[in-house]
Ligand binder design. Sequence first.
Ligand code: BEZ
Ligand code: FE
Length: 316
Amino acid sequence: MAAVEGRDAAAADSGGVQPKYDAEFTDNVIAATGPNAHPRLKQIMPSLLRHLHDFAREVDLTVAEWMVGVDLINESGRMSDDKRNETAMLSDVLGLESLVDEITSKLLISARSGGDGSGRPQVTPSTVLGPFYRVDAPILPNGSSIITAPQDSAWYQKAAPMLAYVSGRVTSAQSGRPVAGASLDVWLAGPNGLYEQQDPDVPDMNLRGRFRTDEAGRYALRCLRPTAYPIPEDGPAGRLLTLLDRQPYRPAHIHFIVEAPGHHSLTTQYFDADDPHISDDTVFAVKKELLVRFQERTGDKDARWSAMCDFVLSEG
Ligand code: BEZ
Ligand code: FE
């Protein structure tokens, strides 16, 4: 009785409003962290726990609803392997990969490397890696094609009107000079909207390749003008989009990872500026500096389209 009276007195002190849930609970959970905890975790976990617990209290999260979330994450884990990262995709549709990409690049790229009124070119912005990257794409000479599907296949016949020549230059933000020997890891989805690991009808590593810039910092490759695609609907990420009444499409894009000694590596994408989905990417990854216009190419029987994708890397 005395304890109840004590709580009533505390409530009266705070204006008479009783907290709906145990007011000390979150502090107790935070205080359970030991003195030898990892320093970064010690720094960030109190904030994570406060936001997480406040969310649960704010929406009156029930056990049944919490379990739906646990099942969703478990299922994502079961679906993920070296060819598909469903858990990353789940975070993508929530905007989290785009947000942490922005935070990371702001931390990495200091004001001196662009936008400082110096007239130096801006570093090419990064954007999300996405769940379909694969290591060990074939290393190819400049000018070659990353299409390995046979020319007499149905896939190739569908792809033929989209054949494209993509080229560009890698330069340094600080010096403006070309970066020779930079490596570009390139990948994109096919005209059916599928990456090669999703598509049983194309050879391994179709539409993937790695290239190296020449002495002038130039690279060139043959691929396809990209196609917009819906993210896969057969897992938690797609299901969540349906439940949220959201559209599942990513605008047409080509992925690049650009790396060079003495420079920060860059994970990014170039987006087809004329794609109808350019303003409603389902993973919120489009940036205006990453729009490219595909031009009609004449006099090249192996490419109907061309695009220039340049990259400016930050030294460091
Ligand atoms: C992608 O661009 O490959 C991608 C990115 C995020 C979610 C799904 C796909
Ligand atoms: Fe993609």
